[in-house]
Design a protein around this ligand. Structure first.
Ligand code: ATP
Ligand code: MG
Length: 395
């Protein structure tokens, strides 16, 4: 029995004249993943991408491909489907062969049919009734429940063949990779920033990352942890270049010259300014952070108001309206949580003020900043920059 994977478009369905541009991005992403898993042919028609093994794919290979398809942004649903010829005899034969094992232990089902080929001799309700009858006769104990079925069986009669599947899974949602341009993610080792990167990648952004370290106050292990998080994010983004800049000198100079209450705010303005430099150098139009309103002193509204003016481009903060437990739930779902909670320090916790300002006034922050040679510090930090590329699959 021949099986394929069907991936149903999400929001792309709503696109107008741009639709084909989105489709080609989606296809490119599916092909990138399919080529890494095995020998698959990837095509699309009628708001569905079909992934078809060229030879005899094992069930394991198909499952692996399904897992990959579930991570492609742009799909609302994905499923393995059995392929039948476009006639009722063959549809019933394949249903009888494929469905009993899929429905093992299932108590209730509903069958729906859709035919895009209106010349097919049976109507959709007639197809559902026949396949439903077949299921009742070959799956012991199963019953029909039209309102709250445990599993929905679908029959799709399309242009050249028919497909039968049971239990379509949720796709990753969002927009295809690259359809929303690029963003520079400020990636710490915490829980929030990987989630922020995932959320913007989901909306169609390619992600670059920028990590600040403060060696020897932060350790080799802290850097490795951030690299691990970047690698984990490539499961969704495909690749991530991580830029690393040292803040050690800036932090020491701030400690020696400025009022302690302002350390964190001053540091965050330096971080933002360096982020803008990286973004400019690599032509990245937006910056992304994992900030959440009011989570810590540097994330109050007045604090954000003194950091933002140094940015010359949009700063996306997708976690801004989320509670910590909501961010944690996403971190667990995408698989970054366990790495994020490893106990290594971040540069933001080096020389932390005892009483950080929570309602800073921009003029006072700027006056504190005037106590140091800002340009020279930025140049020094810039000179420490290096980058590492992480890929989901090796070439
Ligand atoms: P998390 O670290 O998980 O993002 P947090 O609550 O620890 O959450 P902060 O340390 O206040 O947050 O940092 C807020 C945001 O600033 C982070 O989400 C991240 O985008 C950025 N940031 C903080 N530290 C660093 C760092 N060392 N390198 C790059 N960006 C950082
Ligand atoms: Mg942090």
């Amino acid at each position: 029995m021949k099986k394929v994977i069907l991936c149903k478009y999400g929001e792309i369905i709503l696109k107008g004249q741009n639709k084909s541009k989105f489709e080609s991005m989606l296809l490119k992403e599916v092909r990138r993943r399919a080529d890494a898993v095995g020998d698959f042919k990837v095509t699309y028609a009628q708001s569905t991408v079909k992934i078809e093994p060229r030879g005899d794919a094992s069930d394991g290979e198909l499952d692996e491909m399904l897992d990959q398809a579930k991570k492609v942004f742009g799909f609302a649903g994905v499923t393995v489907a059995a392929v039948a010829e476009k006639n009722m005899d063959d549809i019933l034969r394949v249903a009888g062969e494929y469905l009993p094992s899929k429905l093992e232990g299932v108590k209730t089902f509903k069958c729906t049919a859709k035919r895009s080929d209106k010349a097919f001799p049976l109507t959709s309700p007639e197809i559902s009734a026949e396949v439903g009858g077949k299921i009742l006769s070959c799956v012991p104990g199963i019953k029909v429940d039209l309102h709250t079925p445990q599993v929905e069986v679908r029959v799709e009669v399309r242009d050249s063949e028919a497909y039968i599947h049971a239990g379509q899974e949720k796709g990753a949602g969002g927009n295809p990779p690259g359809s929303s341009g690029r963003g520079l993610l400020l990636l710490s080792g915490g829980i929030d920033s990987p989630v922020a990167g995932y959320m913007m990648a989901k909306r169609g952004m390619f992600i670059d990352a920028l990590h600040f370290e403060s060696f020897p106050y932060t350790s080799e292990l802290a850097r490795e942890k951030v690299f691990t998080l970047a690698k984990e994010l490539t499961e969704y983004t495909g690749r991530i270049r991580v830029h690393v800049i040292s803040l050690t000198h800036i932090q020491e100079v701030l400690r020696d010259n400025c009022d302690e209450d302002y350390f964190t705010l001053l540091l965050r303005r330096f971080m933002m300014e360096l982020a803008v430099r990286v973004a400019r150098e690599f032509e990245i139009p937006a910056i992304i952070t994992g900030e959440s309103l009011g989570q810590v002193a540097s994330q109050t509204l007045p604090a954000l108001c003194v950091t933002d003016p140094v940015a010359d481009r949009p700063v996306f903060r997708p976690c801004i309206g989320m509670d910590k437990d909501e961010i944690v739930a996403v971190a667990r779902k995408i698989g970054t949580f366990d790495t994020s909670v490893l106990p290594y320090e971040d540069c933001c916790t080096v020389f932390t003020p005892r009483h950080p300002r929570t309602s800073p006034v921009l003029e006072k922050v700027v006056a504190q900043e005037a106590k140091v040679d800002r340009e020279a510090l930025l140049e020094d930090a810039w000179a420490t920059r290096y980058s590492v590329l992480f890929k989901q699959f090796e070439d």
